[in-house]
Structures are given as C-alpha cells and as structure tokens.
Ligand binder design. Structure first.
Ligand code: 1HN
Length: 243
C-alpha cells in the first residue's frame, strides 16, 4: 500500500526551500519529465541552400585573410539550438580556401569529416598523408590527427565540414594544439591510406595500424559512385559529381 504523510502545502514548501540551500532537490517533482517523457529535440529542421551560401563563402574568401581566420568557415547553426551546433551532436560548416592559400596545421579532439563540393585538386594532409580533394570525395580527420589544407589551384575550393564538437564539448573533452610549423611535412606517398586500405576486403598483410580509428582517410567519389551504381537499378548512368 502507498503511504501518505498528510503534510500541508506550506510544510512541503518550506522543506523544498530548505533543500535548495543544500544544492539538493526532490526527484519526485521532476521524475515524470526527467525519465518518463520521451525526448523532444530542441533542434529544428532547417535547409541551408548552396545557392545562398556559395556567394557568401566567396565573399568571406575576399574579405577575410588567413591571418584573421585559422579556418575560414561559415557555421551552419541550428535555429533551435542556442550554441555552436547544427544538430544535437554535430557541428557543420562551409569552409573556403582561396587559390594559393594554406589553412595551417593543427589537431583537436573533435573528429572531422569533409564532403568536398568545389575543388579542382586542393588537398588535406592528415598525419603526413596528402589527400587530393575532388567534388563528392569524403575525407576523414579522426580526433587528434594533425591536419592542414592547401589550395594549389587557380580556383577557390569549398567543402562541408562536419565535426562532433557538441558531443565532445558536452563531455568537456575539447582540446586543441597548433602544429609548430604552418604546414606539416608530407611523409607518405600521396593518398597512402587509400592505397593501403581503399580496396575494402583486400588489405596488405604487413600493415598493422595501431590507431583506435579507421586507417582509411579518403573515400573518392568515383569509388562511391561506382558502388552505388552496382547496387542501383541500371537506369543510372552518369556520375553527376564528376568534374
Ligand atoms: C576546424 O579545425 C576545421 O580543421 C574545420 O578544417 C571546421 C570548426 C570548428 C572548430 C574547428 C578544420 C572547424 C574547426
């Protein structure tokens, strides 16, 4: 049988007020909300349009130099979240690197992914592995890997950054370190993670990646497209992202 003390509202009010003074609070007043109610996300659906944002990215390229921005990124901030977040757990942004520029080397605990939108051969170097970037490519920068970006082409390059910053921030585990030089040395043959691990089920027996993350950093669009084509009905023919 359930018990009841019969305490008056005033007595309870005083009790709850006293608890406040001890940084303590009764669970039974909020248990419904804390445990029973289903999660309701504060994040709102929102569409960021390329045709709106591309000109703004180019404008940032004109107005802001690399001396003023470690990374020239337009943040895609969710209108329902009052913080640096695109979804509850992920941050996204559009990054632009102008011809001849390099975004200097650094590393951080949030992990990053990049989907390349406009590029005729820019590159990201991840722990000494220089990765060429073309439209539709996915390039990974696992947490705490050194990375810098370079644009040796005649045109601006733009990509979509995705980082798990809101999640790592919530864990109070965001750390950052600049590389001692502007650019890290390339220590591997170009695109070596793809060479070693890009064949999927075939991997060299002598490679032993001790890293806690996947050793594959580059998913070229051509490979992705061909795989999708093999899986899809035969009417798909052209690779729309191919330059
Ligand atoms: C960052 O370091 C990069 O390394 C991109 O390219 C976007 C957004 C917030 C904080 C750090 C990058 C970022 C970022």
């Amino acid at each position: 049988m359930l018990s009841s003390s019969g305490a008056t509202a005033e007595t309870l009010d005083r009790f709850y007020e006293d608890l406040c003074g001890y940084s303590t609070s009764p669970l039974w007043l909020v248990q419904e909300e804390a445990l029973v109610a289903e999660p309701r996300s504060k994040a709102l659906p929102f569409l960021w349009r390329w045709r709106d944002l591309q000109p703004q990215a180019l404008r940032a390229g004109d107005l802001i130099g690399t001396a003023d921005a470690e990374r020239r990124v337009l943040m895609l901030l969710n209108p329902g979240l009052n913080r640096m977040a695109t979804t509850n757990s992920m941050f996204a942004g559009l990054q632009i690197v102008m011809p001849g520029e390099a975004a200097r080397a650094h590393r951080h605990t949030p992990a990053a992914l990049r989907f390349i939108i406009d590029s005729q051969g820019g590159s990201t170097t991840v722990n000494g592995d220089r990765i060429p970037m073309y439209p539709g490519d996915l390039v990974l920068t696992p947490n705490w890997t050194w990375h810098d970006h370079a644009n040796d082409t005649d045109d601006p390059i733009i990509w979509l950054d995705g980082l798990d910053i809101p999640l790592v921030h919530m864990l109070e585990a965001v750390y950052y370190e600049p590389y001692p030089e502007d650019v890290q040395p390339v220590t591997e043959p170009t695109d070596s993670s793809l060479t070693r691990y890009g064949a999927g089920t075939l991997r060299p027996s002598w490679e032993t990646s001790g890293a806690a993350h996947s050793p594959l950093m580059h998913y070229p669009w051509q490979q992705t497209w061909e795989t999708l084509q093999r899986l899809a009905p035969p009417r798909l023919t052209a690779a729309p992202m191919t330059a």
